[in-house]
Design a protein around this ligand. Structure first.
Ligand code: SF4
Length: 224
């Protein structure tokens, strides 16, 4: 596994669990609002953390930590993700996987092997707008298949959308996203924070939806 970062303790990445967060390096999407260019664009990659070092840390912290979150980048593009999850699971941890939903074949195998306890998937935009985050490539069937796999898995799960102004219209786009996830256990909208470190320079100074506007969107479209 190419591991670009390790957060040793987190109270927010796994709902209600004290967890460690493993950040994989590399992503097949190019979301303009991404806050982690150093995990996405090879020219910004830092020297990775050896997998053995991460596993040794997790082994040592078995008594203190409840869960491990594997996030990215995009974890499902890592060739040895399943092997890594098996090793972590065998230590007795609860596992949460964050994914952009582009690799339903990998998600299917992970679900079949019962390797994770929680899956979180971003739904970036309505299907017909996905080209905006994929560098023009068509991932619509994969996104739809991943949603179906996750909602049919029986696992705890959540979907989320970062609402970036003006690329996501609450009136036009959120109803279309809601139609994709009628069986979701949880869905929430999150605010985009303009940031020096976003992938697309034009978004560095972008205007945000306000906290109240996001709360209103969650009241209307949020689940759980
Ligand atoms: S926000 Fe987009 S580009 Fe960034 S890691 Fe997630 S899927 Fe990849």
């Amino acid at each position: 596994m190419k591991i670009g970062g390790l957060l040793k303790f987190s109270f927010i990445n796994y709902p209600e669990k004290l967890s460690a967060v493993v950040f994989t390096q590399g992503c097949n999407f190019r979301c303009p609002y991404c806050h982690n260019p150093e995990l996405v664009l090879p020219k910004y990659f830092r020297i990775g953390i050896p997998e053995g070092e991460v596993l040794a840390f997790l082994e040592k912290r078995r008594q203190q930590l409840e869960g491990v979150v594997v996030t990215g980048g995009e974890p499902t593009i890592q060739k040895d993700l399943i092997n890594f999850l098996q090793k972590v699971k065998s230590m007795g941890y609860l596992l949460k996987l964050d994914s952009n939903g582009s690799r339903p074949d990998v998600l299917k195998e992970i679900i079949r092997l019962k390797l994770v306890d929680y899956i979180a998937m971003d739904i970036k935009v309505p299907l017909e707008k996905y080209y905006w985050v994929t560098d023009g490539k068509d991932y619509t069937s994969q996104i739809q298949e991943s949603i179906n796999l996750i909602t049919g898995s029986g696992l705890d799960h959540e979907f989320r959308t970062t609402v970036v102004k003006p690329h996501i219209s609450p009136q036009e786009d959120l109803p279309k996203i809601a139609q994709l996830i009628p069986k979701a256990k949880r869905y929430h909208l999150q605010q985009f924070f303009a940031h020096e470190n976003v992938l697309e320079a034009t978004l560095v100074d972008a205007a945000n939806y306000s906290t109240q506007e996001i709360a209103d969107m969650n009241a209307q479209y949020g689940i759980g």
